[in-house]
Write a protein that binds this ligand. Sequence first.
Ligand SMILES: Nc1ncnc2c1ncn2[C@@H]1O[C@H](COP(=O)(O)OP(=O)(O)O)[C@@H](O)[C@H]1O
Ligand SMILES: [Mg+2]
Length: 339
Amino acid sequence: MRNMPERPLEGLTSVKMKLGGLIVGAVGITVFVFWFGVRILGLWASISGAIAAVVALVFIRFLARGMTTPLREMAVASQAMARGDYSIRVSDTANDEVGRLARAFNGMATELAETDRVRRDLVANVSHELRTPLTALQANLENIVDGVATASPETLRTMLAQVERLTRLVAQLLDLSRLEAGIVPLNRQDFELEPMLAHAVREQKLHAPGIEIAMVVEEPHLSAAGDPERVHQVVANLLENAVRHSPTGCVIEVRARRNSRGVTIEVIDEGEGIPDKDTSRVFERFYRADSARASSDGGAGLGLSIARWIVDLHGGEIHPEHREPHGCRMVVTLPSALH
Ligand SMILES: Nc1ncnc2c1ncn2[C@@H]1O[C@H](COP(=O)(O)OP(=O)(O)O)[C@@H](O)[C@H]1O
Ligand SMILES: [Mg+2]
């Protein structure tokens, strides 16, 4: 014998059609049972009517089974979500509006769970990054207080480096949270790339005097549309990475040119490059492709996240490419100047 369908009306694609089916079915069965009772069994009309009503109710219970289950489940799941539990999913197999609502609900639950995970990770990462220099600072200070070490210029320099790392980390976090919250509006304007790039290169050379940085702007007065200060920040971050990953004696190249989608800025180095598996992950907050090396160099893995936020706000694009034979080419595309 064929099994009864578990949810008889599941195939119908709208709540209206299901209700229509229910009403027609219930009326039909009521009329039939009433007629059968009065005509065939010779019952009184009132008794036959009562029996017909009971049969119709049972029939409705059977047909409508499962129609409102997702709604009840959603009520339970929402309460769980309010308590911070995003793991519950509701049944979403129906083809009607309730089914669509249930699928949207499940999608929302997945996204909320992901947001929650990212938030937890962020707190853990921030605490970890803050703790490292703080612990070192505390150890140095304790040694001085206990008389184990003296406050020599050498010790003080290490401590200053740790304080600088903390300051930089806090500044980056503040930047990132402002960018994500959209608090700092872009000061959009047409600006020439050459002076901005030259400025960034000069700054970077101050920090890394031993490294040569070549700059090529392929068109005189090449301009982009955007916030020059923010774009400068992107280039500074890319240059800093290029310097950090370049072996000594190598040349870093900064190029700017026009292309079909706007203007392109490239920062090219001859370092070890970014492995394929990391090309999209390097833009995640706190992600470091080589964490052992990067953390000793002082980077927290926030530079590229900030760069990508800025580029996204401009409606641009940023991605790394391989440089032959080895090295990394970071390509930033920005909208070109309007005028
Ligand atoms: N030019 C580059 N060459 C090789 N690896 C790079 C380069 N730029 C970025 N990376 C990788 O991407 C990671 C993330 O970069 P970033 O967000 O700037 O963080 P940080 O510089 O603080 O480590 C770096 O840790 C590094 O592993
Ligand atoms: Mg960096």
